[in-house]
Design a protein around this ligand. Structure first.
Ligand code: NAI
Length: 276
């Protein structure tokens, strides 16, 4: 069967609410695309994975979205993708979901330079690019910028040191932009998931065979279904709060890092993976 991929089809959103999602070919981004499309929204599906995007469009229904092959590190790519998306939606976006992210699991000395660089480039610079490029469409809608950080942005996470640093950055960026963008009628939310069952858990580091999923299993840590994350993003799109948490363990972690940072640190030393 041939799937028609629409890129820049004038006003295809036809008055529907719209969301532009990065990393929409897999995991949390794909689950969000399905959640919002099922509720009648028009979805801009973007990712570096063209094949995955085609499948994603098929999954949400070809009339419910458009696909945009976009590497979030590429500023010109952002301008082109949002230009095409804006033509579909009448120049607005109710939500931009900065979701694309990568992880490399392992102690810092096992990471290659490329492992370090890609996390900073995608997780921080990619989100900054989206926040800047997306502002005109968000302004036009009085919309909401939603950035996906992580519980690793609550407390420095061993074996995820660079990843964790990038997620602190996303949290800081979100908090600052919520103030800056208020003058434009645009609000910001930062979503912090605990571990969620997606392919990112297969992450390792170039210098190690260990995968995050193995460490999670060994530690008996909870992993939440991807639909839980999509529901929290839905809540974030419709709420006014700045911080949103995916999973009970995420809320416990938030409490523990706010009120018992010393004991969190002690537990991490005995179990070197996030624990609350
Ligand atoms: P995933 O690996 O299933 O999906 C990530 C998507 O991002 C993939 O489709 C990938 O092709 C895309 N991507 C990677 N590099 C890209 C680039 N340069 N430009 C555009 N797209 C790119 O992972 P998942 O779990 O769905 O991750 C989504 C977000 O959730 C990430 O920001 C991640 O850090 C965050 N997160 C995930 C958690 C989890 O346990 N799954 C926990 C906390 C946060």
């Amino acid at each position: 069967m041939i799937t028609m991929i629409r890129e820049g089809n004038a006003m295809a959103a036809n008055g529907r609410k719209s969301i532009f999602i990065t990393g929409a070919a897999s995991g949390i981004g794909l689950a969000c695309a399905k959640r919002f499309a099922a509720a009648g929204w028009f979805i801009g599906l973007s990712d570096i994975d063209r094949t995955g995007l085609t499948a994603a469009l098929q999954a949400i229904g070809p009339d419910n979205g458009s696909v945009h092959v976009l590497d979030v590190r590429d500023r010109e790519g952002w301008a082109n993708a949002l230009g095409d998306f804006g033509r579909e939606t009448g120049g607005k976006a109710d939500v931009i979901l900065n979701n694309a992210g990568v992880a490399r699991f392992g102690v810092l000395e096992d990471l290659s330079d490329a492992d370090c660089d890609i996390q900073v480039d995608v997780n921080i610079k990619g989100v900054i690019n989206g926040a800047r490029a997306g502002l005109p469409l968000l302004k036009a809608a009085g919309g909401r910028l939603i950035n996906v950080a992580s519980c690793a942005g609550l407390y420095g996470s061993p074996k995820l040191a660079v990843y964790s640093a990038t997620k602190f950055a996303v949290r800081g960026l979100s908090e600052a932009l919520d103030v800056e963008y208020a003058q434009h009628g645009v609000s910001v939310a930062c979503v912090m998931p605990w571990f969620v069952a997606t392919p990112i858990l297969n992450a390792g580091a170039s210098g190690s065979n260990e995968q995050m999923a193995d460490a999670l299993r060994a530690g008996g840590l909870e992993v939440y279904p991807v639909e839980d994350a999509a529901q929290v993003v839905w809540d974030a799109a419709h709420g006014k709060a700045l911080h949103y948490f995916v999973g009970k363990r995420a809320k416990q972690m938030r409490f523990a890092t706010s009120h018992m940072a010393g004991s969190v640190r002690k537990r991490l030393r005995s179990q070197p993976l996030l624990s609350s």
